[in-house]
Design a protein around this ligand. Structure first.
Ligand code: GLU
Length: 298
């Protein structure tokens, strides 16, 4: 007897691009993957991740809508723009600060590099390497309250970092379920004391993305496998905020003719360039799928 799916809750997926460049074939694949994962009766959302005011541009956002529509995708409206919800993310960050889990860090990138390099002389102090490079060596972790106040009052720029060990102690062991690997043990410690806010930006990607996925009722997060590591942090934030955890599915990253992953920086062919070169929607979709299948075969 066929399974009766009528009473299963609908799957909600999302595509969450940052409007910092034109979409390329890899984005097309990711968007099609998310829409497809919603399945019949599911919900497919589009979210504009434009909290980085310095890099986001209206023309790129406009192009996202145009290119996705050209690909034949339809998403629910209204579309959530993260830049309009900065106060919400700031409150979420304040919640963590109130629980004593954040500290201000005044180090510049150069300070951190110097500190990490200096540790070479004492091998036991070497900073372990995380997915984003050497872990923060903890320079500002134990500044006195007076020192912090003095620097903040003097207008020194700072970032808010998570006390990773305390956060993990607060939640206990966590898992997330993803891909065909079943339950995955969450290991957010690979990032060390990750930055969750900056003076110039009330929340980083981890905060805004995790907050919105829960707020928007996303039940299945789909994204490229390059983002598997961040899922560990997102799972930790969900536990700290006591918000729901979606399921996760990560797709392979399409590779360009040069064998490197497609990226905006390397000028991968954009959807609009393919379109202007006379490709049809069906051809571009077929190209995205065949590039993905070539990967599966490898
Ligand atoms: N804005 C992020 C990006 O474009 C989205 C990542 C995600 O799907 O969580 O990479």
């Amino acid at each position: 007897m066929p399974a009766d799916h009528r009473h299963l809750p609908a799957v909600t997926t999302r595509f969450a691009p940052s409007p910092t460049g034109f979409l390329h074939l890899g984005h097309a694949y990711s968007a099609l993957f998310a829409a497809d994962a919603a399945g019949p009766g599911g919900r497919f959302l589009l979210r504009i991740e434009d909290i980085d005011g310095g890099r986001s541009r209206p023309e790129f956002e406009h192009a996202i809508f145009e290119d996705l529509a050209w690909l034949g995708l339809a998403w629910e409206t209204p579309v959530r723009h993260q830049s309009k919800h900065l106060a919400e993310y700031a409150r979420a960050v304040e919640g963590l600060a109130g629980a004593g889990l954040l500290y201000p860090c005044f180090c510049t990138r150069a300070d951190i590099q110097r500190e990490v390099a200096g540790a070479d002389s004492a091998p036991h102090l070497l900073s372990p390497i995380g997915p984003d490079g050497p872990l923060y060596p903890g320079t500002c972790r134990n500044l006195s309250q007076t020192d912090r106040r003095r620097r903040i009052d003097a207008g020194a720029p700072y970032a808010l970092r998570l006390r990773m060990d305390d956060a993990i102690a607060a939640t206990g062991p966590l898992t997330w379920s993803g891909d065909d690997r079943g339950e995955v043990k969450a290991t957010p410690e690979i990032f060390g004391d990750v930055v969750l806010a900056r003076k110039s930006m009330p929340a980083t990607y981890h905060v805004a993305c995790t907050w919105d996925d829960a707020l928007q009722g996303v039940t299945l997060v789909t994204r490229g496998e390059d983002l598997i590591p961040v899922t560990h942090i997102h799972r930790l934030l969900q536990a700290l905020w006591k918000i729901p955890t979606p399921r996760y599915r990560h797709h392979r990253l399409l590779i360009g003719a040069d064998g490197k992953k497609l990226s905006k920086r390397d000028r991968a062919p954009t959807i609009r360039a393919l379109r202007e070169a006379g490709k049809t929607t069906a051809e571009v979709i077929a190209q995205a799928h065949s590039s993905a299948m070539a990967l599966e075969a490898n």
